[in-house]
Design a binder for this molecule. Structure first.
Ligand code: ASP
Length: 322
């Protein structure tokens, strides 16, 4: 048994570990942990308390995968519900589909009795309003929201705050390996933007035979490399979990143009080995690890790897979110 989750998973990790120790199914244990994070308004990048998009709306993404059946469930750009991870789980349970987005996802969430929530907490509203007041011209404010947002989108590229995700990878007592993710994506993102977190194979992937992987950071990079699926495929082809992750990092070195920023990669194999690397990270990225028999998850530091230089100048969105 193993649980691997990122620093954003702090408030959920002990619960997930306890459920695994009690013999619960990995997906149930993961969902229970992620729900605690989604409901915690002090976690500013997941669920309630997540940063809003350019229009000041909180759009949430989540995904789950059951590595034995290879069934997945995901929601993207979901507005107005507290637990995107549970809506994603119900997509898996109740539909012949794997991914719902936007209005369709909200309709489904209503249909299944998902818990409604106003995820824009007062501090997020304040930060967005401060940005709006200071950065938009009088003409833009007058015409709002019927103005082009493309130029304003530069405020979304924020290396320090406004982006992160929680990712959980677990193997339960029965040997099943599952994954789960949940995020508000980038603060000040273009409305409707999906990152890697709801996209299976990019932001997460699980296969009970080999292992699982999940990513945080610039989803634009892992979408282009299908990072999570690639790692599991490298495991299938015989790589160790360390080599599989390094191979996936090497794939990123070939990205040309587009956004090159930070990505943290988390991976486990079916023998409960793990590897976490922080690509272009600060050297201070931490994660939580728990194995069968341990009293509680332990915080460890990811291996930093630099693949190219990234801009670190805070953007407008970053300033107002402080
Ligand atoms: N990977 C997430 C996304 O691209 C955000 C993050 O983890 O920072 O939406």
């Amino acid at each position: 048994m193993i649980l691997l989750t990122n620093n954003e998973g702090t408030v959920g990790a002990p619960t997930t570990a306890r459920h695994l120790a009690d013999g619960q199914d990995a997906l149930d244990a993961i969902e229970a942990g992620i729900k605690l994070i989604e409901a915690d308004p002090t976690v500013r990048t997941v669920g309630r308390g997540g940063w809003p998009n350019l229009l000041g709306e909180v759009e949430l993404d989540a995904c789950v995968m059951h590595g034995t059946t290879l069934r997945t469930g995901a929601v993207g750009a979901l507005k107005g519900f507290l637990h995107p991870v549970s809506v994603a789980r119900e997509v898996m349970r109740r539909l012949p589909h794997e991914l719902l987005v936007g209005e369709g996802a909200a309709r489904f969430a209503r249909e299944i009795g998902g818990e409604p929530a106003d995820n824009l907490i007062p501090d997020s509203k304040r930060a967005w309003q401060a940005w709006f007041d200071a950065e938009l011209t009088p003409t833009q404010k007058h015409a709002w929201p019927d103005i082009p947002l493309v130029e304003l989108c530069r405020h979304a590229i924020d290396p320090e705050i406004g982006r992160d995700t929680t990712v959980f990878l677990a193997q339960d007592a029965g040997g099943d390996i599952c994954s789960g993710t949940s995020t508000s994506g980038w603060g000040w993102k273009y409305p409707g933007r999906l990152g890697d977190s709801p996209i299976i194979g990019a932001g997460s992937y699980a296969d009970t035979r080999y292992g699982a992987a999940a990513c945080t950071g610039a989803g634009e990079m892992t979408l282009r490399c299908c990072t999570a699926r690639s790692i599991v495929l490298y495991l299938k082809k015989g790589a160790s979990v360390v080599d599989a992750v390094h191979e996936a990092v090497d794939d990123m070195r070939h990205l040309q143009g587009g956004l090159i920023s930070r990505v943290t990669i988390h991976a486990i194999d079916a023998k409960a080995n793990h590897k976490v690397v922080a690509v272009n990270g600060t050297g201070e990225n931490t994660y939580w690890l728990w194995h069968q028999g341990e009293a509680a998850p332990t915080s460890l530091r990811a291996e930093p790897i630099v693949i190219t230089s990234v801009a670190t100048k805070p953007t407008a969105g970053a300033r107002y979110a402080r």
